[in-house]
Design a protein around this ligand. Sequence first.
Ligand code: ADP
Length: 259
Amino acid sequence: MNDSASTAVPALDFRDVVKEFGDNRVLDELDFSIARGETVSLIGPSGSGKTTVLRMAMQLESVTSGSLKILGEELPTEAEGKLKPGVASRPDLARRCGMVFQQYNLFPHMNVLANLTLSPQSVLKMSRDEAVEASRRYLALVGLSDKEDAYPRQLSGGQQQRIAIARALVMRPEILLLDEITSALDPELVGEVLDVVKNLASETDITILTVTHEMRFARDVSDRVAMFSGGKVVEFADPSIIFEAPTHPRTRSFLNSVL
Ligand code: ADP
């Protein structure tokens, strides 16, 4: 975390945030904030609402009620009735966030460099030269400078996921949302992807929010860890507390079941 993070406007600020899908309340009065530059892991059982939090931050889901501020600016809620399904209500803020999914979704018919340079040119209006330069910088950061001419099918799953991370970074997000990015990988490929994220967390000021089942990674990379259960955050603390001296029984039982 950088020195100014504790005093600056939070990256994400959830106040009494509720999310309902029909009658199903999947997030129940979330109340926490994440400072700029922080790395936070969301852990907890399947179905507890972790991915929905990332999707709300990315404006892929709307807020039913409560207040969600992204980089100091409030998103409209469903209660205000102005939202179009599937359309970001604040595209300017959505652009300041980047998301990487379990499935890497690279364009199969484009080589790596074309995959990376597409959005910076079309969305950020970079010149081709600028987009290529930025793409090469992030390819180097994920350790794949030698793959710019390769097509996705020629790469391992771990390499494709590292390219997907570079593709998100080239859009210069201030907040990076990582949704179970190693879940589709063979176990031997998980480490190389997590190393890239560890490097990002320690070397950059980017705010990282990650949903992960890799508990050792969560312990190593996170400034704080949020334990979800039944749509609530039951414990939000330093990794040393969560993993060595959890105070909530749900944290203890969850960790006993996965470690
Ligand atoms: P987690 O990431 O912790 O596994 P999710 O955020 O994916 O949990 O899901 C939380 C709950 O919300 C689950 O019960 C899931 O079925 C429900 N849910 C998620 N997305 C939708 C949706 N688009 N429509 C209806 N229910 C959904």
